[in-house]
Design a protein around this ligand. Structure first.
Ligand code: HEC
Ligand code: HEC
Length: 248
């Protein structure tokens, strides 16, 4: 199992390749025969053609994080979602969609996608006054990786196994194929909101009755990131040092 490419990554790469073929032929959606690609402002078409392959139909069930998860939408900041959609995340399979960043979509189309994701899938009040750890690492704190190792034992090991090598209830999350293609922000997001459709708990559910604190989240992400740094000179490093087409 460990020798295989991480399932999420292989799915995401597969989707990227498929998506790439669609783009390169400039094939318009089935409902858009009469519209030029940049005139399409129908959310369903834009989402299906550009996002569903990785983030799932209806914003869940894809290889990449569920954008339709109302807990995610309660925590993720709209401006941050827009920025990622426009500019992509360098070193990962999340593409840049804005023309200014080498993508295919107009600013207006990106606005439609990001505002409609929220309008359709958010459930205001879902956290009902519960205070969640902040989406971004606000203090830009590097975190305490050593403490994060202890946090890992308390909150994660029961599913993801010793040292994050994988267990009965969760996949390996410290193998390099996974860590090299995921950003620290995405690790943070995943720790806070989980993957409800895959039975990965959010920050409240790892140990029932014992929600993770802000520092727990920051430190466990620092610990995961430190596993990445322990494997220098990987082939994937080349991706990070070469800007993606159009990336800043
Ligand atoms: C080829 C696969 C792929 C496609 C297509 C794709 N994404 Fe992503 N997306 C990802 C991956 C992988 C990440 C995590 C990146 C990281 O590690 O930071 C991501 C991250 C994101 C995030 C940030 C999640 C967070 O942590 O807050 C947003 C927002 C997002 N994508 C929106 C979109 C939208 C909108 C579209 C369509 C216009 C789209 N994505 C298309 C793979 C994809
Ligand atoms: C109750 C079991 C459980 C606990 C506890 C748990 N997870 Fe998970 N986690 C899962 C499942 C199930 C998934 C989704 C399927 C998979 O990747 O195994 C997942 C997915 C993830 C992913 C995304 C992996 C991917 O393939 O995209 C990360 C990162 C992650 N967990 C980190 C953590 C961290 C860090 C903790 C502790 C703070 C934690 N998890 C606690 C079950 C758990």
């Amino acid at each position: 199992m460990r020798a295989l490419l991480h399932p999420c990554i292989s799915l995401a790469l597969g989707a990227l390749l498929l998506g790439g073929c669609e783009f390169s032929h400039g094939r318009p959606g089935k409902d858009s025969e009469t519209l030029a690609p940049d005139e399409i402002l129908d959310f369903k078409i834009l989402y299906a053609e550009n996002c569903a392959g990785c983030h799932g139909t209806d914003g869940r069930g894809g290889a990449a994080i569920a954008l339709g998860d109302p807990v995610y939408l309660a925590i993720a900041e709209e401006a941050a979602m827009r920025k990622v959609t426009a500019e992509g995340v360098r070193g990962t399979s999340m593409p840049a969609f804005a023309r200014s960043a080498g993508g295919m979509l107009t600013d207006k189309q990106i606005d439609v996608i990001t505002t409609q994701i929220r309008a359709r899938w958010a459930r205001p009040g879902i956290l009902a006054g519960v205070r969640a750890p902040s989406y971004e690492n606000l203090q830009k704190s590097p975190g305490d990786a050593a403490r994060g190792g202890l946090v890992y034992k308390t909150y994660c090991e029961s599913c993801h196994g010793a040292e994050g090598r994988g267990g009965d209830k969760g996949s390996a999350i410290t193998d390099r194929a996974f860590l090299e293609l995921v950003s620290d922000q995405e690790l943070r997001t995943l720790v806070i909101v989980g993957r409800p459709e895959l039975n990965a708990p959010d920050w409240r559910g790892n140990v029932p009755g014992k929600p993770m604190s802000e520092a727990d989240v920051t430190d466990v992400v620092a610990w995961l990131a430190s596993r990445r740094a322990q494997n220098p000179g990987l082939p994937y490093r080349a991706i990070e040092s070469t800007p993606a087409p159009g990336a800043r």
